[in-house]
Design a protein around this ligand. Structure first.
Ligand code: GFB
Length: 318
């Protein structure tokens, strides 16, 4: 079961969710490896369709699978689309993990989320704090779906000896993010809001919540690099966190984004919008012990993300 180092070279590698922010970063990173990449468009394979997923896996028989497909969104989307978040994510995880098992996949990585940890768990969040207390209510359906996927991976390891692993990323950002004003995560939301305020000469930008929650942000290309590192070096039934080990308040973070965008007006807060979890800082000592750490500073990452936003919005307008 624990077969490390795991050789990626020469393998057929399926990235589920390759059009999403994380999946696209995985493709960029995998381009540096000697592998045969397998992807399939959502219009050709709906991962919620069990028969279609089983058929696709039986035909393609990927040797390695990165499970980066999920329905994701920021705090408001999680809270509003509760049924979609639990249904889509439970069924996507169940279909893909079972299909990987029945079709001889050698290794699978399932991507969870830091929101699987209890709302008030001790900080920094250690991997063994999963299921030790109540979850943050705004994203409970998403977290429960991710916990179901994590538990499937654990169960398939235990019962069948499958080399399947679980990684828990912190809040991610970067190229290919979703900039929807209501459904996005905070990074994309603030890049867009500050940019539009700068262009329109608006002198006040509103940030949701009180500004006091603390969040840890990881640039998505660092995330992809960590995933490849762990695919090669990690094999255990224990979760492993992926983050920077540093966090910042939302108020401070708004200042970082405003500076990168060049917005010089005022910033105010709207406490009628939810804060969510007060703090979500990952303990990254397990990852550090395996020789990996994040390389992109928050300031550099936000500059890169802003540049990506500008080029992606230009392309969308063309
Ligand atoms: O990014 P975000 O939605 O993720 O929000 P969560 C982070 C913090 O930023 C919250 C605040 O305290 C928000 O209230 N915030 C301020 C904003 N302005 C904005 C804004 O304009 N848009 C957004 N979205 N937030 C999600 C979970 O929680 O994180 C998911 O709901 C998932 O399940 C994801 O785990 C990574 O960290 O609060």
């Amino acid at each position: 079961m624990a077969r490390t180092p795991f050789e990626l070279k020469g393998k057929s590698v399926y990235v589920a969710g390759h059009r999403g922010m994380v999946g696209a970063a995985l493709l960029r990173r995998l381009a540096m490896e000697d592998v045969e990449l397998l992807t399939v468009k959502r219009s050709e394979l709906d991962l919620r369709d069990q028969a279609a997923v089983f058929g696709w896996f039986a035909k393609m028989r990927p040797q390695v699978v990165f499970m980066a497909a999920a329905k994701v969104g920021g705090i408001a989307a999680n809270n509003a689309l509760r049924a979609e978040f639990i249904y889509d994510n439970v069924i996507i995880a169940a279909n893909a993990i079972h299909a990987a098992h029945t079709n001889g996949t050698e290794k699978l990585m399932f991507l969870g989320s830091s929101c699987i940890y209890p709302k008030l768990a001790p900080q920094p969040l250690r991997e063994n704090s999963m299921l030790t207390g109540p979850l943050e209510p705004t994203n409970e359906p998403y977290a429960i779906a991710k916990i179901a996927g994590i538990k499937m991976v654990e169960a398939y390891r235990t019962q069948y000896g499958s080399d399947f692993i679980n990684v828990m990323p912190t809040n991610l950002y970067g190229p290919g993010d979703n900039y929807h004003p209501e459904h996005s995560h905070v990074v994309a939301a603030l890049i867009r809001r500050f940019h539009e305020a700068k262009l329109a000469g608006i002198s006040n930008v509103v940030v949701w919540g009180t500004g006091t929650p603390r969040r840890e942000f990881l640039y998505v290309d660092d995330m992809a690099d960590a995933c490849i590192h762990l695919m090669k070096t990690y094999s255990s039934d224990e979760l492993i966190n992926i983050g920077t080990g540093e966090d910042i308040t939302i108020a401070e973070f708004a200042g970082v984004v405003a500076a990168a965008v060049g917005y010089t007006g005022e910033i105010s807060f709207d406490p009628s919008r939810p804060d969510g979890t007060p703090r979500k800082l990952l303990d990254v000592s397990r990852l550090a012990a395996l020789g990996w750490r994040a390389r992109t500073s928050l300031e550099d990452g936000i500059r890169l993300a802003y540049r990506a936003y500008l080029s992606e919005s230009k392309q969308a307008a063309e």
